[in-house]
Design a protein around this ligand. Sequence first.
Ligand code: HEM
Length: 528
Amino acid sequence: MASVWILPCASVFATLAVVLAVLLLLCLVWDVFDKRSPKFHAINRFPGPPVLPLVGTAYHTRGLDAAKTFDAFRHYTHLHGGSYRLWLNSGTFVLNVTRCQELEPFLSGVRNTEKSLLYRFLHPFIGVGLLNSGGEKWLQRRRILTPAFHFNILHGFHRTFCEETEKLAALIDNAEQPDGPGDIELQSMMSQFTLNTICETSMGVKLDTMDGAVAYREGIYKVGEMMLIRAVRPWLYFDWTYGVLGYARKLRRLLKPLHQFTSGIINQRRQLFQQGMLDDLAAGADERDTYSTSFDGKKRYAMLDTLLAAELRGLIDDKGIREEVDTFTFEGHDTTSAALTFIFLTLAWEQEVQERLYQELRQLHDEKSVRDGHFLANDLGSLKYFDRVIKECFRLWPPVPFISRSVTEEITLPDGRTIPKDCIAALHIFDLHRDPVQFPDPERFDPERFLPENVATRNPYAYVPFSAGQRNCIGQKYALLEVKTAVAYLVLRYRVLPVTERSEIRFIADLVLRASTPLRVRFERRSD
Ligand code: HEM
C-alpha cells in the first residue's frame, strides 16, 4: 500500500525540483543580462562590496541589528575611501554618498530633489507632508508654512524656549538632591524638553494639558526601529510582503497612540480657533504681523494656526493638517533633542572648550546685566565662539545622520562617472562630515574649523547638518535658537561633567542620531 503512495509523491517532488531548477536557471540568466545593463556598468565604476549572483550585495547589512548596521556603513565608507555602491538588481541599487563631490549635484540645483522610496516607509507615520512630498504639493505646502518660521515669529517663540529651559533646570536640580543619582540621562530628558517646546510653539498647546506625551515619545523609538528593519531588508520594500509577514499590522498598532496624541493637539487648537479666539488669523491677517504684535506675550500663535487659517482659505484640508502636525511634531523635537544630547556630552568631554564658552557667556551676561539668565535672541547670535562650538558639535554628531534621494535624472560627475537614473542615493551626512580631506583629523573636536578663514578653504557642501538647497530644513533657525537658548542658560548655571565616555557610545541606525545605551553627564551647580 505504502509503495502505491511513494511513487506519485516521488514524481511530484521530482516535478517540483525540475520547476525550481528551471526557475533558478532563468533567474541566473536574467541576472547575467541585468548585469550587462548600462546602469550596472555605470554604478560599478564606484567601489563597493563584491556583487554575488542573484543576491548582489544584499548580504551587506543582512541580519545585522541597528548598532551593527550603523557600524557597517562607517566600515564600508572607510574601506572604500568614500562613496560606494550597493546592488541588488537594476530595479534596486544604491549609491552611498559620503563625499561632497558626489553630494553637490543633489543639493545645489532643482534636479534630483525627489525623496527616495525609503521615505515611503514613513507614510503610515507622518503621511505625505512637507518632509515626504514632492513636486507641486511640496511647493504649495512650503509656501503655506514658510511664514510660520519668519524672524518675528521665532523671536516670539524665544519666550517659550526660556520658560521650558527653566523647567528643565528645575528637573536637573531635583535630580541633584542628596538622595538623587546626580547624573542625568540626556536622551530622555532632552526629548521631554524639546517635545514640550515644539508642542507649545508650533502647535500652541502646553503638554501638561495633554495625555499621551510619554507614550508618544516612547512610541517614536519603536517606530524608528521598524523603519530600519524595513530599510535594510529589500524584500520588505513591497507593501504586500510587509503586510503578509505581519509588519504592517504591528506598525499600525504602534502608531495608534501616536496619532491619538497628535489628533488631541489638533482638536484642542481647532476648538479655540472655532471659538474665535484666534480671530486675527481667521480674518486673514498677515501671520507675520499677527505674530510680531503677539511678542508682548498676550497672544501666542503657532504653526498650526497658520494651517487652520489656510484651511479656511481652502488651501489645505483636514488630512493635510494632520500630515503637517505629525511631520512637525516628529521632525521638530527628535532632531533638536539629539542635538542637545550630543552638545552636552561634548562639553562634558571637552572641559577646556566648556570653560572658554562659559567665559564668553559670562562676559556678555555681565555686559548686558542679564538678570534672569536668558540672553535676547539677537545677543545669542552675536556670540562667536559659541557659534563655532555648536557648529563643530553638529559636524561630529549630525542630528540627522542620513537623508536620501531618488535619482530621477542621470548625473554626470566632474570625474566623468555617472550616477544612473533610478538609483537610490543614500546621503550619509555622518560620513560626509568626517571626510579627512575637508576636515583633517576628523574625529578631533576643534571649533576653530569654523573660523571664517578655515570655512573659506572648504567645499560648501562639506558641511550640511540641515541639508541645503531647495529641500533644506525649514526649522533650521528655530532649532538653532532653541538649542542656543538652552545651552547658554545651562552652561551659565552648571559645570557639565563627564559620566558616559566617548568610547562607550554605540550608535544605532535610526531616523535621528541615537545611541543604544544611556548617555549620561553630571550637571554640577556653579557657585561663581
Ligand atoms: C538640530 C535640529 C535639526 C536638524 C539637524 C535638522 C535637519 C534636517 C535635514 C537634514 C533635513 C533634510 C531632510 C531630507 O532631505 O530628507 C530637514 C528637513 C526638514 N526639517 Fe529639519 N532639522 C532640525 C530641526 C527641525 C525643526 C525644529 C523643525 C520644525 C520645527 C524641522 C522641520 C523640518 C521639515 C518640515 C523638513 C522638510 C523640509 C522640506 O522638505 O521642505 N527640522 N531637517
